[in-house]
Design a protein around this ligand. Structure first.
Ligand code: GDP
Ligand code: ZN
Length: 294
């Protein structure tokens, strides 16, 4: 017997697959080369003894990669439709990291959402950098996880998506996730009834269905990952406000650096592109160039 399902959990030795009937069960993976990620659609075989085996991963629409400890790309989650980047006044936001997340999202064709948390400490209105992201087309929501403020707009922004919440340590990701899942954080409990999976198994990642709609993939590794960017990709295209100007540079292969007639640099001078975004673009490209050389 075989079936199709969605990977909702990844553990060290097995994955959890939800089949169309909504049932989640533990599956082993056939072979070492098959590396299912949470969010993957997979085909499974059910053996005579009831063992379930993942035998095939269906084509991915998107794939979030991070840099592993050896500097190689490693899958974090599959078929995500939105990357929600959490920032706060404290710890101070690293905007280059935010731009790196958003560039990774653009290159995967997925939406970027900026969550300004700890609004009780500093309102979004006080941070012009955070607000500037809505001018270039990113949705920006303001929350306070501890005061349970702004959770409804956040739920709405997550409702039609399969999202991951990422950002620096201490900005409030865990607090937001707890607030979002509330008493509905039962994915583990429901599962343990079926196949006696203990509460203490280490989960690499887990897919939660949000009470207000949408799905959230979460794990400690996902929350703080440094996104992989391929040096071969067009980083200038990944800066969405650069895109309409790219064919206006004098040179087709313009690096938007020292070249004359660069439409990007002109737009920065004219105040149409924010100088901080341009600076983070140059920073990120330097990082990518160094990666390429290695
Ligand atoms: P994470 O590392 O991003 O998962 O952040 P945590 O959720 O662990 O939160 C880090 C600290 O910030 C904790 O002490 C939280 O209580 C606090 N925190 C989280 N959200 C808020 C918030 O909205 N307002 C305030 N004042 N503190 C918050
Ligand atoms: Zn240029």
């Amino acid at each position: 017997m075989s079936a199709t399902g969605l990977v909702t959990g990844r553990h060290r030795r097995h994955v959890v697959v939800e089949t169309n009937d909504g049932e989640r069960s533990q599956c082993i993976v056939r072979g070492r080369r098959l590396k299912p990620l949470v969010g993957d659609s997979v085909n499974i075989d059910v053996l005579d003894d009831g063992t379930r085996v993942v035998v095939e991963i269906l084509a991915r629409k998107s794939e979030l990669l991070r840099i592993d400890s050896r500097g190689k790309p490693e899958g974090v989650a599959a078929n995500i439709t939105q990357l929600a980047v959490v920032v706060a006044d404290e710890p101070a936001a690293d905007w280059t990291l935010v731009d790196r997340y958003f560039a990774a999202a653009e290159l995967q064709g997925i939406a970027g959402l900026l969550v300004w948390n700890k609004s009780d400490l500093a309102p979004l209105a006080a941070c012009s950098t955070a607000r500037s992201y809505s001018a270039i087309g990113y949705r920006v929501v303001e929350t306070s996880a501890t005061q349970a403020r702004g959770l409804e707009p956040l739920r709405q922004a997550l409702a039609d998506h399969r999202s991951v919440l990422v950002g620096q340590s201490g900005v409030g990701k865990s607090s937001l996730i707890n607030a979002l899942l509330g008493s509905d954080a039962q994915a583990v409990g429901r599962l343990s009834e079926k196949r006696a999976i203990g509460r203490h198994t280490t989960t690499a990642a887990e897919l939660h269905r949000l009470p207000g709609g949408g799905e959230l993939i979460d794990s400690p590794g996902v929350r703080q990952y440094a996104p992989w960017l391929d040096a071969a990709e067009r980083l200038d295209w990944a800066y969405r406000e650069f895109r309409p100007l790219l064919d206006r540079c004098r040179f087709d292969n313009c690096r938007h650096d020292a070249e004359p007639g660069c439409a990007i640099k002109q737009a920065v001078e004219d105040g149409e592109i924010r100088a901080e975004r341009y600076a983070s673009f140059l920073d990120l490209r330097m990082v990518l160039t160094q990666l390429k050389r290695r």
